[in-house]
Ligand binder design. Structure first.
Ligand SMILES: CC(C)(COP(=O)(O)OP(=O)(O)OC[C@H]1O[C@@H](n2cnc3c(N)ncnc32)[C@H](O)[C@@H]1OP(=O)(O)O)[C@@H](O)C(=O)NCCC(=O)NCCS
Length: 121
């Protein structure tokens, strides 16, 4: 997927990174190189997760900050992030990385409400 070979329909080139601390995996993130109609409404450019036992220690904020440094290398002016409105941890992570709320829409994947944020690079 990183090289963009043999991508299935509705998939775009995507890089995956793993967050290591003290030789342990603490989280992962994915950076999509561009948006398509579906990811404009949900999923956006960047997704991330921190292992449950390591949450609320700053790693979520750190992994998005590090992902943004990688996104800058893709020559993007800004990146779209989406989250469920009840995902307070993810909302804080986005806000702490400069995210600006755009709007609320319905996910084409789940049918649920999604909040969209932009982060300028
Ligand atoms: C969302 C997620 C990445 C946050 O990771 P994290 O390591 O806990 O984040 P941080 O420790 O950097 O916390 C950032 C802020 O969010 C707050 N926060 C974290 N989890 C929270 C929760 N469940 N409820 C309320 N606030 C929360 C922290 O207190 C902190 O706020 P503060 O700086 O104002 O004190 C993590 O919960 C996760 O992996 N969730 C499942 C996957 C997911 O939802 N990914 C995001 C959508 S792509």
């Amino acid at each position: 997927m990183a090289l963009g070979y043999d991508l299935p329909p509705n998939r775009v080139q995507q890089d995956e990174y793993w967050l290591f601390a003290n030789d342990r995996i603490f989280g992962s993130c994915r950076i999509r190189h561009r948006l398509i109609a579906m990811t404009e409404l949900d999923r956006g450019h960047i997704a991330y997760e921190i292992r449950p036992s390591a949450r609320r220690q700053g790693y979520g904020t750190a992994i998005l900050r590090l992902a943004l440094t990688k996104a800058r290398l893709l020559d993007l002016d800004r990146v779209l992030l989406t989250t469920h409105p009840s995902n307070h941890g993810s909302i804080r992570v986005i806000e702490k990385n400069g995210g600006e709320f755009q709007d609320e829409c319905l996910s084409p994947f789940t049918g649920e409400t999604v909040h969209r944020y932009w982060i300028s690079l």
